[in-house]
Design a protein around this ligand. Structure first.
Ligand code: UD1
Ligand code: MG
Length: 497
């Protein structure tokens, strides 16, 4: 969904730091694998980094490395990883990454080395491109991405001299009272000249409050060597927000939600209640789609023009055709055809395909089934492992009995069939084109085209039963008041018992 600027200074490598423990998440899942908008925190940073088209992208892993490495292999198999066994600070992490790249024979003589962190999911591609372009434009040996924050607590402060050039970054915990007043902070994202970075890192010590190798110390080291150091201020300070706990995870998620919703509204999508509408990054929506409150669109869901989704609807990896209406529905891996109407209170499970002009109505569950164009499943039904032909109507409360307790079986229903209400279709079974089934039938054998399948006991009426067996009851009184009905004999009348 992002349109990134063309890159004129490709980094030789982007290094993403993600070895930290993320203790404050209190989670069995590594921090960078928590998700917002359907993508991991790390996945968002990889996406932003990829906008610069780097020669290499390397993620420094440590805590939860097996999960992180497996995740990267799935979402971005081209990404390199290096293990930082013990976390001795951001400078140490970058030093290990550079050593690993050298051991792999990577040539870092080209573009800059960019350093990002894995827990800043709101960073965008254009901002990383801005960092790289600014670095090249200034001819700097180090360029940091900074932000002016109302509350800079916890961040490293950017110390500038009288003419405004950057002198150093001072960590919050190492800062003087005066330095704590500085609102410009270090985002933890930088572009470096590879050679100068390697040299400067060799001079970094662990002489600080945390006993760590601070990557930030290379700024003062370079300045000491009279190397040009620069900074570029991010336009939108939310881009550099880090996620350290679940409160910040929710805050980042809400900012991402708002960004995505604004994007789609600008593209011509009506979103009635953006605060309750959650759209994943991989969703595609055409203009003139309407999303009612509490709509959640997840995975690679696509929605064609004119469709109306919600309220109260969750679609996971679904395709919705033009002008379809989907109300109060939960659907996953389902295809909803053009002009189909779904809901309210409908559950579409994986493998469901609803053709054009179909209906799946209230309290209907459909799984692994193809519903032909114009066919209807209007009320209270279960359809599983079935094929339903065009123009067929499935009566209320029909159940496709697809499971015999051990195996699933398939049901084939032809075109323009009328399945009577409350039919049990015991699979495997085939209903021919144009056939009917009688309401309440249990259909265990195939019904030929055009036949009426009847599978139920014949009705019998036992006359006078209530007055004999329920004497004195309200029903018996009502029956008595209705009078002798002997002149209204039915063919179903049974002998008295
Ligand atoms: C760092 C910066 C600070 C900046 C802030 C922005 C330093 C010394 N300070 O501080 O100036 O304002 O980021 O958020 O760099 N990591 C590793 N290995 C390590 C240590 C850290 O991979 O040995 C990773 C962490 O997982 C994290 C990132 O590096 O993703 C930043 O480390 P963290 O300890 O959070 O640094 P801060 O104290 O936030
Ligand atoms: Mg941090």
């Amino acid at each position: 969904m992002r349109k990134d600027a063309p890159v004129s200074h490709r980094p030789s490598v982007v290094i993403i730091l993600a070895a930290g423990e993320g203790t404050r998440m209190k989670s069995a899942t590594p921090k960078v694998l928590h998700t917002i908008a359907g993508r991991s925190l790390l996945g968002h940073v990889v996406e932003a980094a990829a906008a610069t088209e780097p020669e290499h992208l390397m993620v420094v892993v440590g805590h939860g490395r097996d999960q992180v490495v497996a995740h990267l292999a799935e979402i971005a198999p081209w990404v390199l990883t290096v293990v930082q066994e013990e976390q001795h600070g951001t400078g140490h992490a970058v030093r290990i990454a550079l050593a690993d790249l050298a051991a792999r024979g990577a040539d870092l003589g080209g573009g800059p080395v960019v350093v990002l962190t894995g827990d800043t999911p709101l960073l965008t591609g254009p901002t990383v491109v801005q960092l790289v372009e600014s670095h090249a434009g200034q001819g700097a040996m180090a360029t940091m991405l900074t932000a002016d924050l109302e509350d800079p607590t916890g961040y490293g402060r950017i110390v500038r001299d009288a003419d405004g050039s950057v002198i150093a970054i001072v960590e919050h915990r190492d800062a003087t009272a005066d330095q704590l007043e500085i609102a410009e902070i270090n985002s933890g994202m930088y572009a470096f000249d590879a050679q100068r970075l390697t040299e400067s890192l060799a001079a970094v010590t662990r002489q600080n409050v945390q006993g760590e190798e601070y990557l930030t110390d290379v700024i003062a080291i370079m300045r000491g060597d009279a190397q040009p150091v620069s900074a570029t201020v991010v336009d939108d300070p939310t881009e550099i927000l880090g996620v350290n706990d679940r409160v910040q995870l929710a805050e980042a998620g809400a900012i991402m939600r708002d960004r995505i919703n604004v994007h789609w509204m600008v593209e011509g999508v009506t979103i009635a209640d953006p605060g309750s509408t959650w759209i994943d990054v991989d969703v595609e929506i055409a203009a003139d789609v309407t999303l009612a409150p509490q709509t959640v669109l997840r995975g690679p869901t696509t929605i064609e023009t004119g469709a109306q989704i919600g309220p109260g609807t969750t679609l996971i990896s679904c395709e919705v055709g033009a002008d379809a209406e989907v109300r109060h529905t939960w659907a996953e891996l389902a295809v909803i055809g053009a002009r189909a109407t779904v809901g309210p209170f409908t559950y579409l499970r994986p493998g469901t395909t609803l053709g054009a002009d179909t209906k799946a109505g209230a309290y209907v569950e459909i799984k692994n089934s193809q519903i032909g164009d114009g066919a209807k499943v209007p009320h209270l039904s279960y359809v599983g492992d079935a094929e339903v032909g065009e123009g067929t109507n499935i009566g209320a409360a029909t159940v496709v009995v697809n499971y015999d307790g051990q195996d699933k079986h398939r049901t084939v229903i032809g075109r323009d069939v009328r399945i009577g209400s409350d039919t049990m279709l015991v699979a495997p079974v085939t209903i021919g084109d144009g056939a009917y089934t009688a309401a309440g039938s249990v259909i265990t054998d195939d019904v030929p085209p055009g036949a009426l399948g009847v599978g139920r006991g014949k009705q019998r009426n036992i006359r006078g039963w209530v007055e004999r067996r329920r004497a004195g009851s309200a029903s018996a009184e009502a029956a008595r008041a209705a009078g002798d009905a002997s002149d209204r004999v039915s063919p179903n009348d049974d002998q008295e018992v």
